[in-house]
Design a protein around this ligand. Structure first.
Ligand SMILES: [Zn+2]
Length: 389
């Protein structure tokens, strides 16, 4: 039995979360807080309270018993939607032409996909990829963009603690405001999942006691101060069969085979998989990597045997969990990547049972720091398929 807690953080100072390891002079920041950073900050808060690492520390931070999910920007508790790699919008004006926004995944099932153009009055530009970023309302295509700010800092000499000469670097930081200057409060929200329910009280104690956390880099310069705004126990999302039903309804309208049941897997966080030889699994990914070997096949484009997948790669800083030490950077599948599979109607029940596990437990390595979170039949794929037409 998994216990879930939803955690909301408020930024008190700008936050610098680097895409890769520092060491270059121009650094971009992520637009979310990775589970890795959250786990590190909570571990630090625990040590500040208790001193030395003890048995509870090991269970909370070094075991697989607690999974620290990524924290996404959110406002007013609305469910934030990640814009997947299948999203499209006006090539020229992007999401400014809101009615051009659509999801193209189910086009793959049609033998005559339409040549979509931006329907905005007097525009008619072709559509282009629009993946990345977030929506806080998919009906109104309301974008959720945290503001980032560029800071120029002086480097500090490690050996002396003094300002290094002629060493300046620029750094993007994330602020607790929205890019559209609205007055809405921005939070960062994510889920902690506990497979050992006896750890619930220990975690609750920590979340209640350590209101202030410190995240990311530049902490000696006052960056990365965050506050735990709230946390609560939540129940697991059980809408899977309903999402599956709606997805298949639209898949049929889009030209799907009536004898097949389709489902998509959308990566909500980075996915680190390895094959038997410990090499990263990237383009050779297949249903068996998700434990879906029985009767599950790739959906293919009608005119070829090409599988329907929209997969991006991303560099991640390596981490040796056993040693608790950094290691060489590695490559993972990027969040927002989408895969489309099908099974026979007779397999539906068995496949749904496994998909439920996939959503609850995640897939692949480093799940305790937020990797491998997957959504089955992510609603944006069917709800926004007809948009922009
Ligand atoms: Zn347009």
């Amino acid at each position: 039995m998994t216990t879930e807690m939803t955690l909301s953080l408020r930024l008190l100072s700008p936050l610098a979360l680097h895409r890769t390891r520092a060491g270059v002079q121009y650094v971009e920041t992520l637009d979310y807080i990775p589970g890795t950073a959250l786990r590190g900050a909570l571990a630090e808060a625990y040590l500040a309270q208790h001193g030395e690492p003890d048995r509870v520390f090991e269970a909370l931070f070094l075991s697989e018993q607690v999974r620290y999910g990524d924290l996404w920007p959110t406002i007013e508790d609305g469910p934030t939607t990640l814009i997947p790699a299948t999203a499209q919008a006006c090539k020229r004006h992007g999401l400014q032409h809101k009615n051009s926004f659509r999801d193209s995944l189910l086009d793959a099932l049609s033998s005559h996909p339409a040549d979509d153009r931006c329907p905005h009055p007097r525009c008619g530009e072709p559509l282009d990829k629009a993946g990345g970023g977030y929506l806080w309302d998919i009906q109104t295509v309301a974008r959720l963009q945290p503001r980032s700010r560029l800071r120029v800092s002086t480097a500090i000499e490690r050996s002396t603690g003094a300002i290094a000469r002629e060493m300046l670097f620029t750094q993007h930081t994330l602020t607790g405001n929205l890019k559209d200057n609205s007055k809405k409060d921005l939070f960062f929200q994510g889920t902690l999942r506990l497979t050992d329910p006896t750890l619930r009280d220990e975690l609750a104690l920590l979340l209640n006691a350590g209101k202030l956390l410190f995240l990311g880099s530049g902490r000696s310069r006052g960056l990365g101060e965050v506050e735990i705004d709230s946390w609560q126990e939540t129940t697991t999302d059980d809408s899977l069969s309903e999402r599956w039903r709606r997805f298949n309804e639209v898949a049929q309208r889009a030209g799907g085979d009536p004898d097949k049941r389709y489902f998509s897997l959308t990566l909500l966080s980075r996915l680190a998989l390895r094959d038997e030889l410990l090499r990263p699994v990237l383009s050779q990914i297949s249903p068996r990597h998700f434990g879906l070997s029985n009767g599950v096949e790739w959906a293919c484009y009608p005119d070829s045997s090409r599988p329907v997948r929209f997969v991006d790669r991303v560099m991640v800083a390596g981490w040796n969990a056993a040693m608790g030490l950094p290691k060489t950077d590695t490559v993972a599948l990027a969040r927002g990547s989408v895969l489309l599979f099908w099974c026979a109607p007779s397999q539906e029940e068995a496949v749904l049972a496994r998909l439920k596990e996939i959503e609850a437990e995640g897939v692949g390595e480093r799940r305790n720091e937020g990797f491998g979170q997957i959504a089955v039949c992510y609603p944006i794929h069917n709800e926004c398929w007809e948009g922009g037409r």
